[in-house]
Design a protein. Structure first.
Length: 364
């Protein structure tokens, strides 16, 4: 902008135009206003036309005299035309936003209709239930979808995964690879296979009392908040390799039927495995727990490698005696055989060697 009157006039108009358009953008969120949109456009256009007519009539020559226009007249003319241009820009903005809103509404409606049709078909035909599940999972993996609508679709799907629900569908598998899941809860659900590789969980992630009948994958998953797997049953292998737990993680009384791997997993907070049962192998190799890891009352049937869990508390944990099975416990813990089980207890501290007598040190 210049420093002259014309530059100042345009600057003032732009500021006023922005203030004028701000509530208009807000009103576009109101369905009542959008219903009256054509009337609003007609009124704005009428005002713009009236402004042009007034400007031309105010500065048109009268009679045969052609007076020399003053600087003030020129500034007023420019200001009037700039105001009309601002109004025209506002109308264009309204048209663009209305078009985008209608397009977004039509897309959302089409998606909702497709979900409802697929769900109705799946209710009648068990063969279509996995296809409906795949459709919802694909929508949850989309990065450009509305988060609120994604949560609603996810809740609708999970209702079909809970045995206590009237619409329970057994034998379904989930593929949420790379999905961003906000406030995700699979509490009480039964899933055959579950893939959460590279998934990002925002807020608290709840898997309490969930059953993964085959396998579950959480490799490279990120848990931005707390995560709870209390009383969860893993029927087959479970992999949490290189996962990141930013908050606390709870696996109290969880049951792992196959090998479970936390290799390279990082727990920023605490980790609870109290009374958890590991029917096969368990490894934390290359992982870390910055808080404390509780394994009180846990039962180990197969191989175990907790050598990296330096803050682990294993009081009351037991390991079944098995020939040829290797187990590596954190420093300071030992196995005490009691029948068919080995009980984990703190190892006695090895006393430091006594220093030599003062006389011997003086002689040296």
């Amino acid at each position: 902008m210049g420093d002259g009157p014309f530059g100042r006039a345009l600057l003032d108009l732009n500021i006023n135009g922005a203030n004028l358009l701000l509530p208009t953008v807000t009103w576009l969120r109101n369905d009542e206003f959008m219903a009256r949109f054509p009337t609003a456009v007609v009124i704005v256009c009428a005002l713009a036309v009236a402004g042009v007519v007034w400007t031309l009539s105010a500065f048109s020559p009268v009679g045969s005299a052609l007076p020399e226009p003053s600087i003030l007249d020129i500034d007023l003319l420019r200001s009037g035309l700039s105001a009309e241009a601002a109004i025209g820009s506002g109308v264009a903005l309204l048209l663009v936003l209305r078009t985008r809103r209608d397009r977004h509404f039509s897309v959302d409606t089409a998606i909702a209709d497709r979900f409802h049709q697929a769900e109705r078909l799946a209710a009648r035909s068990p063969a279509a239930r996995q296809r409906f599940t795949d459709l919802v999972c694909a929508y949850l993996r989309r990065s450009d979808a509305d988060p609120g609508e994604q949560q609603a679709a996810g809740r609708r799907l999970i209702e079909h995964l809970r045995p206590e629900s009237a619409g329970f569908w057994p034998g379904l598998s989930l593929d949420l690879t790379g999905a961003t899941l906000v406030g995700f809860s699979l509490r009480g659900a039964v899933v055959e296979h579950a893939q959460f590789e590279r998934a990002h969980f925002q807020g608290t992630a709840v898997f309490d009392q969930c059953a993964f009948t085959e396998w579950a994958g959480f490799t490279d998953a990120v848990f931005a908040g707390d995560a709870t797997f209390d009383h969860t049953r893993f029927g087959g292998p479970a992999r949490f390799d290189n996962a990141r737990f930013a908050g606390d993680a709870g696996f109290d009384k969880a049951r792992f039927g196959g090998d479970v791997s936390f290799a390279g997993t990082r727990f920023t907070g605490n980790a609870w495995f109290d009374s958890a049962e590991f029917a096969a192998g368990l490894t934390f190799r290359g992982g870390s727990v910055l808080g404390e890891a509780w394994f009180g009352g846990a039962r180990f049937h197969g191989a175990a490698d907790l050598s990296c869990c330096h803050t682990a508390l294993l009081g009351g944990a037991t390991a079944r005696c098995a020939h040829g099975v290797s187990r590596y416990w954190p420093p300071g813990w030992q196995e005490i055989k009691r029948g068919a089980w080995q009980v984990l207890e703190p190892a006695p501290e090895t006393p430091a060697p006594a220093p030599p007598p003062i006389s011997d040190r003086l002689q040296r």
